[in-house]
Design a protein around this ligand. Structure first.
Ligand code: NIG
Ligand code: FE
Length: 411
């Protein structure tokens, strides 16, 4: 057992069974001042006022939080951190005035990463991916979803998914794998998009599932990428193999992706930078978690998703990093939280819930992660003493992490 004592504020307490927060509840944040928290094995055992702190037995570990805050780790429900090399030239092209679609149309963008990945040995890809996972774990991420989608051939998609599986086995953070073969049309299929969709449905999905490599299926349903009917086919194929749907939609245009994903009972719909009331309507009453990715708005200079409108309509909201080499080369969830507040006008409590419980929900793990709840996995951040929770997104460059605890152990 480990006991964390002298917690200045224990925050993010959620009753058992609450798997997401929506509408007005997004602004609720339950905290306990002057608290303790105990951990048994990998799980949160108990917590309460310091006055009730158990006396640890022999050999039991005590961690003195020294008046710092203890909160659940961030959950990052949308990343592409399994990639090879980097794309600084496109960064410079962007500075010089090209936009994301122009770069992609020139054969850069995702296809550039696919070429790099093809030429990178699996071992090296694993090392590069692990170093990024270690980077974000040190920044407080305790659960991360990782997509394929820089393979775009059967072999290279499987190579990515095998690397993601190895990452799952190698990090104490929780990892979920998403098959995103429909991220772009592979080079060999240029001009034959329907044939590529056949390959995704008939070869890639069955192969990924037969090796047990994918938890979810995702499609880049947007202008210049995959159409609504193609997305429908791919999500149906995924479903028939037991993969829940996620989607990239409404980043570049009002693509219809939200509606098709909702019709497939998707776990999440992601991006949503260009969204109207129609998308909001399509999501009301569904199990689908709207997920916004302010890092890509920041990096690409495109609009931020209308987060407040979603919440005002009674919907939930998750935030994630989209960590990838083309549109968001950062996995810093604290910065994501800061952008949520500064650029999307979320309150610190809303941004906190969006980066913890709701993002855990968006990757299907909020029954065991994303809040301070007895029995949940002890994936926690112990902070330096903070004047208030708002300090985290407000002074977003000041170091605030004292300890990261994953599966009940300090990392
Ligand atoms: O989520 N939008 C599509 N895919 C990624 C970008 C991938 C890339 O450019 O490498 C995204 O923004
Ligand atoms: Fe993405």
């Amino acid at each position: 057992m480990m006991v964390i004592k002298n917690i200045g504020e224990l925050t993010g307490i959620v009753p058992e069974g609450v798997l997401r927060k929506e509408g007005a509840a997004m602004d609720e944040l339950v905290s306990l001042k002057d608290a303790f928290l105990s951990i048994e094995g990998t799980r949160i055992k108990d917590f309460g006022p310091m006055a009730d702190c158990p006396v640890p037995g022999e050999g039991e570990e005590i961690l003195d939080a020294g008046g710092g805050t203890v909160m659940p780790s961030f959950c990052d429900s949308h990343t592409h951190i399994c990639y090879a090399g980097t794309r600084e030239q496109e960064f410079i092209d962007k500075i010089n005035g090209l936009d994301y679609e122009q770069i992609a149309a020139r054969g850069g963008g995702i296809l550039n990463s696919a070429d790099l990945l093809h030429d990178t040995p699996e071992e090296d890809l694993f090392a590069q991916t692990m170093s990024r996972v270690d980077e974000v774990v040190a920044k407080g991420t305790g659960a991360i979803e990782i997509k394929s989608g820089y393979g775009l051939t059967v072999e290279d998609e499987l190579k990515m998914l095998r690397v993601i599986k190895r990452v799952k086995e190698s990090t104490p953070a929780t990892v979920k794998a998403t098959f995103l073969g429909a991220h772009a049309v592979g080079r060999a299929y240029r001009g034959r998009q329907e044939a590529y969709v056949d390959l995704v449905c008939e070869e890639m999905i069955p192969a990924a599932v037969s090796e047990g490599l994918a938890d979810f299926v995702d499609v880049f349903c947007d202008e210049g990428f995959f159409t609504v009917p193609q997305t429908d086919r791919i999500l149906s194929a995924g479903e028939s193999y037991g993969l829940a749907a996620k989607i990239h939609a409404n980043e570049l245009a009002c693509s219809g992706g939200v509606q098709v994903a909702a019709s497939h009972n998707a776990l999440s719909v992601d991006h949503l930078e260009r969204t109207t009331g129609k998308e909001i309507e399509a999501l009301i009453g569904t199990r689908t978690m709207p997920t916004m990715l302010p890092g890509s708005s920041f990096f690409l200079g495109i609009p931020y998703g209308p987060a407040k409108a979603f919440i005002a309509a009674g919907l939930g909201l998750a935030l994630a990093s989209d960590y990838n080499p083309g549109s968001s080369p950062s996995g810093d969830m604290r910065f994501v939280m800061a952008m949520g507040c500064i650029k999307m006008h979320l309150t610190p409590a809303q941004a906190f819930n969006a980066c913890t419980l709701n993002s855990a929900y968006a990757m299907g793990v909020s029954d065991s992660l994303g809040s301070i709840t007895r029995g949940k996995k002890a994936n926690l951040i112990v902070t330096t003493p903070l004047p208030s929770l708002a300090f985290i997104p407000y002074c977003h460059q000041t170091p605030f992490i004292r300890e990261v605890i994953l599966c009940g152990k300090t990392v």
